[in-house]
Design a protein around this ligand. Structure first.
Ligand SMILES: Nc1nc2c(ncn2[C@@H]2O[C@H](COP(=O)(O)OP(=O)(O)OP(=O)(O)O)[C@@H](O)[C@H]2O)c(=O)[nH]1
Ligand SMILES: C=C(OP(=O)(O)O)C(=O)O
Length: 206
C-alpha cells in the first residue's frame, strides 16, 4: 500500500488548534503531529511507500528525514486536490489517504485497517465522532475520489466507499482542537508530540 499524507503550510494549518499548548509555537506543534503520524505509518505492516504532499520546506525536510517522499502541493487546490494528486503518483499500487494529524497513531491499528481494506472496493475509516474521515483507500488503478471535509464520512459512503468497522482508537483520533489533543494525550502521543506537549508517549512505533 502507498500512503499519501497532505500537510498544509505550517503557519496556516490546524487553525482550530492554535494556542492549544501554552508556550509552544503553533508551527512546532503541527509539525510534531505530522512527524508522529509519518513515524507510525512507516512502522506499519503493509506500507510500501509514504508520500507527503506539502509546500512547506520545514515539513519537507522533517518528513524526508523520517523516510517519506515529499512532493509539492497542487497550487490553489486544497485538501482533496492534494490527496488526489498524491494518489495519482502512486496509482500503480493500492493507495491509502491518511490525515496527517494522528499523533497517537499506533502501527498495529493502521496495519489492521489496511489489512481489512484489501479487495476490489474503496474503503474508509471514520474519525472518533463518526462524521469525518481519517483514512480512505483505493485498490490499484481505481481513482481515489477523495471527499474530505465537513461530513466526509457520509460523503465517502455516498461515493461507494465501504466503511471499515474496527475499533482502532489511535487511528480514529485525529486532532483538530485542544479537546481532541487532550483525548490523544489520554491514548498516549508519539515521541515528537509528547515532547512538545510534555505528555506521555504511546505504544512503540518501531
Ligand atoms: N497539502 C495540503 N494539505 C492540507 C490542505 N488542507 C489541509 N491539509 C492537511 O490535511 C490534514 C487535515 O487537515 P484539516 O484538519 O482538515 O485542515 P486544516 O485546514 O489544517 O485545519 P483547520 O484550519 O483547523 O480547519 C492536515 O494534515 C492538514 O495539514 C491543503 O490544502 N494542502
Ligand atoms: C478533513 C476532515 O476533517 P477535519 O477537518 O475534521 O480534520 C475530514 O474528516 O474529512
Amino acid at each position: 500500500m502507498g500512503v499519501v499524507l497532505p500537510v498544509k503550510r505550517l503557519t496556516a494549518a490546524k487553525s482550530r488548534l492554535r494556542g492549544a499548548v501554552t508556550g509552544v509555537p503553533h508551527e512546532r506543534l503541527v509539525l510534531a503531529l505530522a512527524q508522529d503520524t509519518v513515524t507510525a505509518v512507516l512502522a506499519s505492516a503493509g506500507v510500501a511507500e509514504v508520500l507527503a504532499v506539502s509546500d512547506d520546506p520545514a515539513v519537507g525536510r522533517a518528513l524526508a528525514a523520517l523516510g517519506a517522499r515529499v512532493v509539492p502541493d497542487v497550487p490553489g487546490g486544497g485538501l482533496n486536490a492534494a490527496f488526489a494528486y498524491g494518489a495519482g503518483l502512486l496509482a500503480h499500487r493500492p493507495v491509502a489517504a491518511l490525515a496527517a494529524d494522528l499523533p497517537a497513531l499506533c502501527p498495529a491499528d493502521l496495519s489492521a485497517a489496511l489489512r481489512q481494506a484489501a479487495g476490489p472496493h474503496r474503503h474508509f475509516v471514520a474519525d472518533a465522532p463518526g462524521t469525518g474521515t481519517v483514512l480512505l483507500t483505493a485498490p490499484a488503478g481505481v481513482r481515489l475520489d477523495p471527499r474530505f471535509g465537513p461530513g466526509s464520512a457520509a460523503a465517502h459512503r455516498r461515493s461507494g466507499a465501504v466503511p471499515l468497522a474496527g475499533d482502532w482508537p489511535t487511528l480514529r483520533r485525529d486532532v483538530d482542537t485542544a479537546a481532541d489533543l487532550d483525548a490523544a494525550v489520554r491514548l498516549g502521543l508519539g515521541p515528537h508530540s509528547a515532547g512538545v506537549a510534555q505528555a506521555p508517549t504511546r505504544c512503540s512505533s518501531s
